[in-house]
Design a protein around this ligand. Structure first.
Ligand code: GAR
Length: 211
């Protein structure tokens, strides 16, 4: 897999740790970012994993940047792209070419977008959480693979709540990516099933299977 990050990369680091065990069934072939200073890039290099940056400001518009990102990802021939704290919207050049999953720090479809934890706190929900989903061309709108709830505690601020979400998020990410790698997957409309056995062949046109 190619892992995409924009910041600290603690979720990426959890994946790198899991990949040390051969039984895990997946390998990180590269880590990519839109930000040259993303802290996670150094962690990747320390682990001996190639890192690349496709800075947004180097391209005339979103579509050119998206095409460049897709090409760079393709250089590593991944079976899966994992957006783990990647803070830009990936467009059709990436999601039309690569199977890609994203983690989001809220229980989608509640609180999509860049400020999910802040928005959940402001709304006064008692539970929020984390979601892993396949990417489509919308914002945090693709088919959901798994979710884990996290209670909001009295006195939580954005940083404290986000840290607790990230603790469960890392576990969910590692577990889910491992399952996808070992078992494959089938997407049938909004529904994701682990394993390569999909519905009957007559439904095949509705179904996307693992390559
Ligand atoms: C994670 O909580 C992830 O869900 C979130 O950024 C954090 C990255 O942490 N992603 C989004 O908000 C995407 N909309 P990390 O860099 O320590 O892995």
């Amino acid at each position: 897999m190619v892992v995409l990050i924009s910041g600290t990369g603690s979720n990426m680091a959890a994946l790198l740790d899991a990949c040390r065990s051969p039984e895990y069934g997946a390998q990180v072939v590269a880590v990519g970012s839109d930000r040259p200073g993303a802290g996670g890039l150094e962690k990747a290099e320390e682990a001996g994993v190639p890192a690349f940056v496709v800075p947004f400001r180097d391209y005339a518009d979103r579509s050119e940047w998206d095409t460049a990102m897709s090409e760079r990802i393709a250089d590593f021939e991944p079976d899966l792209v994992v957006s783990a704290g990647f803070m830009r919207i990936l467009g059709p050049a990436v999601v039309g070419r690569h199977a890609a999953v994203n983690i989001h720090p809220a229980l989608l479809p509640s609180f999509p977008g860049a400020h999910a934890v802040r928005d959940a706190l402001a709304h006064g929900v008692r539970f929020t959480g984390t979601t892993i989903h396949f990417l489509d061309e919308g914002v945090d709108s693709g088919p959901i693979i798994d979710q884990v709830p996290v209670p909001v505690e009295d006195g939580d601020d954005e940083a404290a709540l986000h840290e607790r979400i990230k603790t469960v998020e890392r576990r969910m990410l590692v577990d889910t990516v491992g399952e996808l790698a070992r078992r494959g997957w089938t997407v049938d409309g909004r529904h994701v099933r682990l394993g390569r056995t999909g519905p009957s062949p007559t439904d095949a046109s509705e179904t996307k299977e693992t390559p």
